[in-house]
Design a protein around this ligand. Structure first.
Ligand code: HEM
Length: 511
């Protein structure tokens, strides 16, 4: 009997202990003397980015430079409000904030060791190598692959427009960007745009599917337990079947290229160069050469290639498809801007003999303004995360931020701050005219982050988003179908900003 009682009381005691510990943890900022802004309960049931934005606004109104907040399992998280503090975090004191603080285990979970996850010296060395694969010369080289995928997108849109079906544009664009990155990073023709149920898409989606219990438990363990304990337990984030699929895919493609001596102008080819020589070839046609030698650094391994291909896919396909979706949503709501952009696109294309070329895209200035305004209002990553590496005295204050504290790199709250953008809710491409850009202080537009850890795929993301928008707007008028929720609500759980219920468009073919 006594044993039974003891066995039953252990879980209860454990539960009570965890409850007390979480409660105590939630007093962290009070003990440290930093204000916390609590939102009313009915405002907590929305996307976390919206909650952070509300806290930022309240803090700003109260004239606070920074506040404390709590993340998963009440983890204390620091929220800077002052631009000067942001600048220090991103650039000046980068040495304190260089890591994203996400779990990485190169030994047991090698393909989790992507550029986004890697830390300290491992990150720095990989970043130097990969930077060479994202130069403007390399983008120009991959441009035709993206245009080829855009032509397939056009075929699918033509079919919808012919039948007069409303179209869930995010779904179609996610299939387009999956095809693009499948081709550029893995070297395969996935054909998702025509067949959404390919193996590639299935395993790609599976990584983010948290609908099963084992996956939920995995996510909770990663959020709750310190990373050194997880590493001690040899915890793997990527499931065995997902790992096998992507490892085999990359191995087959690399072997095929090496044995057949077939070269292609894509990321995979550049990663193979890094594996075999430790450097990538210089850009063609760059006088004096953009030199991107990785010096005498070690060559990269097959597992490292797989990890980088996977992060290019994960970081690249949804961010860009969301960007295009938001742009089309805003343009459908603002016909005048839509017509102005279409005029520019068609005039420039005509000048280039009707051909969509790299040079033609560079000439489309209004497209750049529309894209930037979209990324201002709806940055796909509303906030990025950093972790403080060692105790840090916050500039302009006496506050010491403790090592190990998470830091929110506030992107959307700054983009929506009326001090920097008057009438921030209004979609206004003129915010990005040369004149208006010059009026704003630095660090007020950073959809790709800022400083040495900013998005490495910026050029590629913009290129594929522009090609997608040109393909659609040059040939169709877009209008919101009544299936689209208005006003727009962000999906609650999605880490990348996306529209609840999807954006449904009616397309009308122009010529
Ligand atoms: C519109 C499209 C995109 C947006 C808005 C975007 C945004 C971002 C942001 C905000 C970060 C975090 C920066 C920080 O912590 O300061 C990031 C990191 C990253 N992005 Fe992107 N991204 C886009 C497209 C892409 C594409 C197409 C790729 C790859 C082909 C890519 C690869 C990465 C990688 C590898 C990182 C981690 C960089 C590092 O830790 O050194 N992104 N991105």
């Amino acid at each position: 009997m006594k044993t039974l009682l003891l066995v039953c009381s252990v879980p209860l005691l454990l539960y009570a202990f965890i409850k007390l510990w979480l409660k105590w943890r939630r007093t962290y900022w009070q003990r440290k003397g930093l204000p916390v802004i609590e939102l009313p309960v009915d405002e907590q049931n929305v996307n976390s980015a919206v909650q952070i934005m509300k806290k930022y606004r309240i803090a700003k109104e109260r004239g606070l430079k920074h506040i404390g907040t709590y993340g998963h399992f009440s983890k204390p998280t620091y929220l800077p409000i002052d631009l000067e503090i942001m600048r220090h975090i991103a650039v000046k004191d980068f040495a304190y904030f260089q890591n994203h603080g996400v779990y990485v285990n190169e030994r047991d979970d090698p393909i989790s060791a992507s550029l986004f996850h890697l830390e300290d010296e491992r990150w720095r060395s990989m970043r130097v190598k990969l930077t060479a694969t994202f130069t403007s010369g390399k983008m120009k080289m991959m441009f035709p692959i993206v245009v080829k995928c855009a032509n397939q997108l056009k075929d699918v849109l033509d079919e919808h427009a012919r039948i007069g079906d409303p179209i869930d544009i995010k779904e179609i664009l996610a299939r387009f960007t999956t095809d693009v990155i499948g081709e550029c990073a893995f070297g395969i023709e996935c054909n998702c745009i025509k067949d959404p149920n390919t193996e590639f898409r299935k395993y790609g989606k599976k990584q983010f599917d948290f609908s099963t219990w084992p996956r939920v438990m995995r996510g909770m363990m990663m959020a709750a337990l310190p990373h050194n304990i997880l590493r001690f337990l040899r915890f793997k984030f990527i499931e065995a079947d997902v790992e096998t699929f992507f490892k085999d895919l990359v191995k087959d493609m690399v072997e095929y290229r090496e044995t057949s001596q077939k070269r292609r102008n894509d990321f995979l080819q550049l990663l193979i160069e890094l594996k075999n020589t430790g450097k990538v070839s210089e850009d063609e046609g760059t006088q004096g050469g953009e030199i991107h030698k990785a010096g005498d650094m070690e060559h990269i391994t097959m597992d490292q290639i797989t990890a980088q291909c996977l992060i290019f896919f994960n970081a690249g396909f949804e961010t860009s498809s969301s960007t295009m979706t938001f742009a089309l949503y805003e343009l459908a709501m603002n016909e005048e801007y839509q017509d102005k952009l279409r005029d520019e696109i068609n005039t420039v294309l005509k000048k280039h003999g009707g051909q969509l070329t790299y040079e033609a895209v560079l000439e489309m200035e209004y497209l750049e303004m529309v894209l930037n305004e979209t990324l201002r209002k709806h940055p796909p990553l509303a906030n990025s995360m950093r972790v403080c590496a060692k105790d840090y005295k916050v500039p302009g204050t006496d506050f010491i931020l403790e090592a190990g504290t998470n830091v929110v790199f506030t992107i959307q709250p700054i983009h929506m701050d009326p001090e920097y953008y008057p009438d921030p809710e209004k979609f206004n491409p003129e915010n990005f005219s040369e004149e208006n850009k010059a009026k704003r202080p630095p660090f007020t537009f950073m959809p790709f982050g800022e400083g040495p850890r900013m998005c490495i795929g910026l050029r590629f993301g913009k290129m594929q988003s522009k090609i997608g928008l040109i393909t659609i707007l040059s040939q169709y008028k877009v209008a919101l179908n009544k299936k689209t929720l208005y006003p727009l609500v962000y999906c609650r759980r999605s880490p990348i900003l996306s529209v609840s219920g999807g954006v449904w468009l009616d397309l009308t073919k122009i010529n």
